[in-house]
Design a binder for this molecule. Structure first.
Ligand code: LMR
Length: 350
């Protein structure tokens, strides 16, 4: 059984599915939070991406000019320089969790950060595709979107909550159990990006997983849902996932760029959605020249997955409400249209 399964996996394509091979390679990408734990390895991965011509590093941290210079010494194509008119902006800035905290506990610290950068994106790269990594993701995507709505440059097809790490983890852990190469396993993960809102669709794995007991399915599901906490505990107060998150975000950015260059790619992400009662929801999307080309929905669920989804939606609705309320209250105090430009990092050629 496993041999047959392994042979099948070797024939399959990489999870970020593509339709053709033509690529454009002159994109400009900005990483906001470039000096942070996720930002630095993400910038290093993107500095090796042939589709990028200009890589912009933005961070308020004092070390950021140094990160610019450091990265500019890497002898790859992208030129490291300042922030304006980007094709893709990635937001990784914000506080990470400490043991005992939920992602929701970061709302107070990170909503203001995302709010501020939404104003900056509205001013300087209003046409960019925006990939948000900052937690709590379920609320930060609504915060960002609400600000752009108020700035008059909201396009729901261009704003993404990056949930790719949940898919990466799902295939890693399922691969460990089934002795398959995880990089060839494609398991959709729908819902959001926190605890029970993370709903892995093991029944839709491609190639199919070997048959598992319901107990094993539940264990695997919970491991995927709690994987972020597993890292937070293991780092013992020194932060949350940075390397695996950078890996996942780089994969997502690469898929956005391929889509932009006319090579549609399927990826899951947390976006504006009509799929459920939650106004934002993650499921597979076709990414194309203008961002989301088509929302593929979540397909057929088995009874267990259906129950998981039922539990996830009310939590998502609440998380989304928190984000929307935050912007309504804050916008009363200071209209986001009066945004201050971020200071660009010093120009350094790499
Ligand atoms: C993760 O899934 O690892 C990230 O969302 C970070 C966290 O706080 O869990």
């Amino acid at each position: 059984m496993f041999q047959r399964f392994l042979r099948f996996t070797m024939k399959c394509q990489n999870p970020a599915k593509k339709f053709s091979t033509a690529t454009q390679n002159n994109f400009k990408v900005c990483v906001i939070g470039s000096a942070g734990g996720i930002g630095q390895p993400l910038c290093l991965l993107l500095k090796q991406e042939l589709m990028i011509t200009y890589l912009n590093l933005y961070d308020i941290a004092k070390v950021n000019p140094g990160v610019n210079v450091d990265l500019s010494h890497v002898n790859t194509t992208p030129i490291v320089q300042a922030f304006t008119g980007c094709n893709v902006v990635v937001i990784t800035a914000g506080m990470p969790r400490k043991p005992g905290m939920s992602r929701e506990d970061l709302f107070g610290a990170n909503a203001a950060v995302v709010y501020g950068f939404a104003c900056a994106v509205a001013c300087f790269s209003p046409c960019a595709l925006v990939a948000i990594v900052t937690n709590p993701l379920n609320s930060m995507v609504p915060v960002f979107s609400e600000v752009l709505m108020r700035c008059g440059c909201y396009d729901p097809c261009k704003i993404f909550g990056v949930t790719t790490l949940d898919l990466v983890r799902a295939s890693t852990f399922a691969g460990q159990i089934s002795c398959a190469d995880p990089s060839y396993l494609d398991i959709p993960v729908i819902g959001g990006h926190a605890g029970k809102t993370i709903v892995p669709l093991l029944s839709q794995s491609r190639p199919p997983l070997p048959s598992m007991t319901q107990e094993d399915i539940q264990k695997l599901t919970v491991r995927i849902q709690e994987a972020g906490t597993e890292v937070v505990k293991a780092k013992a107060g020194e932060g949350s996932a940075t390397l695996s998150m950078a890996f996942a975000a780089a994969r997502f950015v690469r898929s956005l760029l391929k889509g932009l260059s006319g090579e549609p790619v399927i990826e899951c992400a947390y976006v504006r959605s009509c799929a459920t009662d939650a106004a934002y929801f993650a499921n597979p999307l076709v990414l194309g020249r203008y961002g989301i080309e088509r929302n593929l929905g979540y397909g057929k669920l088995n009874a267990y997955e259906g129950k998981q989804l039922q539990e996830a939606v009310p939590i998502l609705v609440k998380n989304i409400e928190d984000g929307v309320k935050y912007v309504i209250q804050k916008a009363d105090i200071k209209p986001p249209t009066k945004c201050e430009p971020p200071k660009p990092p010093s120009k350094t050629k790499g």
